[in-house]
Design a protein around this ligand. Structure first.
Ligand code: DX5
Ligand code: ZN
Length: 222
């Protein structure tokens, strides 16, 4: 199996929404910009949709890593691709197996990266039938809906198990961890098999955001 490069994906959820362009500029040396789309149904919170994503795409030097926490995400695949999503992540619980398969294939057909995720309470086996259609699996290490939470207990084991599942079924698939990531637990998460780390409050909550981005990158270089 090839070693996968480390990537940092700051989550815009923790940024100052009144100053988005300036906030995005502060993380320009990261690898992706992570965007959390929430509909108030699949998760209790509501964030933003394609129009805001489009404006972010216009100013972002980073590819957009879009995490859809919405019901029936297959309905919105084209809208989010049109708005500029580079990676589009769908929850396995949020759609039927047929629509999920078709949506992942449609994302690839448009030259973007299909990705899958699941709630912390959903068994990893739920993604097994679909991982061959995805470039990335996102392991949520908090209950989805809000930033600033701590890593759930058992998260390292969950990441290890996810990496084993991918190694068995789709070794090229990348593994992203999202929720409660900090400088203190990043090395352990990478050691457990993650290669992409999402960090919201740990990046945008820092006094010196660009320095925090570098600190994550240096830590990953080990
Ligand atoms: C949670 C979101 C996360 C969130 C992470 O529902 O999926 O992407 O922004 O925020 P932190 O890093 O603060 O836990
Ligand atoms: Zn997310």
């Amino acid at each position: 199996m090839r070693v996968k490069p480390f990537r940092l994906a700051p989550s815009l959820l923790a940024a100052d929404f009144v100053r988005l362009a300036a906030e995005i500029e502060k993380v320009r040396r990261a690898d992706y910009l992570h965007l959390d789309v929430m509909d108030g149904h699949f998760v209790p919170n509501i964030t933003f949709g394609p129009p805001l994503l489009r404006r972010v795409w216009e100013v972002s030097p980073l590819p957009l890593d879009v995490h859809l926490m919405i019901d029936t995400p297959s309905r919105y695949v084209d809208a989010f691709l049109d708005a500029g999503a580079d990676i589009l992540t769908l929850h396995v619980e949020a759609d039927t197996p047929e629509r999920l398969r078709a949506a992942l294939a449609a994302i690839r057909a448009r030259g973007r990266q299909p990705a899958l995720t699941l709630r912390p309470s959903t068994p990893l086996s739920a993604v097994a039938p679909f991982v061959s259609l995805a470039d990335m699996l996102l392991v949520l290490t908090v209950e989805p809906g809000f930033g600033g939470q701590g890593l759930l207990p058992g998260s390292l084991e969950r990441v290890r198990a996810a990496r084993s599942l991918l190694d068995a079924l789709h070794p090229d698939c990348e593994l992203e961890v999202d929720g409660g990531v900090t400088l203190d637990n990043a090395a352990d998460l990478l050691g457990a098999g993650a290669n992409i780390l999402v960090a919201g409050s740990a990046v945008f909550g820092a006094d010196d955001v660009p320095a925090r981005v570098s600190a994550f990158q240096q830590l990953a270089r080990g």
